[in-house]
Write a protein that binds this ligand. Structure first.
Ligand code: DC
Length: 225
């Protein structure tokens, strides 16, 4: 690996970004940065504070009271909201939509952009999100846009929740995924879209191992190592 390298992995909810990015980071000896977790932490703070996730002015007023920090344990990312480890709480099913709501606000995006770029300045990273290749790290060495059919993404999320013993409805998850896709793709600031120079990988019908192998191959081909 050259001194500092950035790999950007973008795509919609449930495309497998986090598992694949984590595996790629491990294989390459980079730090994995899950930017969705940062939006989820802001969404959690907004819900806890009682202002909700739909009021940009009120939310902008909260930002100066939010400190988000990342930590690493056994190759996994931990996220701290004002010093509290909220890594498990931000995975509750309703936190995805809360994150999508707050992520449409330009002030929230600007607030997190500094943190994201700072990570990439100090470490080699595999960073995943929605706008990493287009906005956060447009100079990333490798860009990958991961996608899969909505029904398959919903099924994967459903199985993750069931494996954790959480009672969820497949139809509700599918509805949530479609709603989030629309909201993330249609917002005016940094919408979800493939960077022109990103490699598109559709993992519909792939087992996880196959997706990981395909991503590692794309990275190897792009970096010629
Ligand atoms: O990847 P995720 O499901 O944890 O992301 C939660 C929400 O955060 C997603 O619906 C949109 C938003 N997000 C974003 O706008 N930009 C990013 N770089 C990452 C996430």
């Amino acid at each position: 690996m050259p001194e500092i390298t950035a790999i950007a992995i973008d795509g919609p909810a449930g495309a497998g970004k986090s598992t694949i990015a984590k595996a790629a980071a491990k294989a390459l000896g980079c730090i994995y940065v899950d930017t969705g977790a940062m939006y989820r932490a802001v969404g959690l703070h907004a819900l806890r504070s009682g202002v909700g996730t739909k009021d940009p002015a009120a939310l902008a007023g909260l930002l100066s009271g939010i400190k988000i920090t990342l930590g690493y344990e056994n190759g996994g990312q931990r996220i701290y909201l004002n010093g509290e480890d909220v890594s498990a709480e931000i995975r509750r099913p309703e936190m995805g939509m809360a994150a999508s709501d707050v992520s449409a606000m330009p002030q929230v995006r600007a607030f997190l952009l500094d943190l994201q770029r700072d990570m990439a300045k100090r470490h080699s990273v595999v960073m995943d999100g929605r706008d990493i290749g287009t906005v956060v790290l447009p100079e990333a060495r490798v860009k990958i846009f991961l996608t899969a059919a909505p029904e398959e993404r919903a099924r994967r999320r459903y199985e993750e929740h069931i494996a954790k013993g959480e009672a969820v409805s497949y139809n509700k998850i599918l509805q949530d995924i479609r709603g989030r896709d629309a909201q993330d793709e249609n917002r005016s600031t940094a919408p979800l879209r493939r960077a022109e120079d990103a490699v598109l990988l559709d993992t519909t019908g792939f087992e996880l191992e196959k997706s990981v192998a395909a991503v590692l191959q794309i990275i190897r081909d792009s970096m010629q190592y």
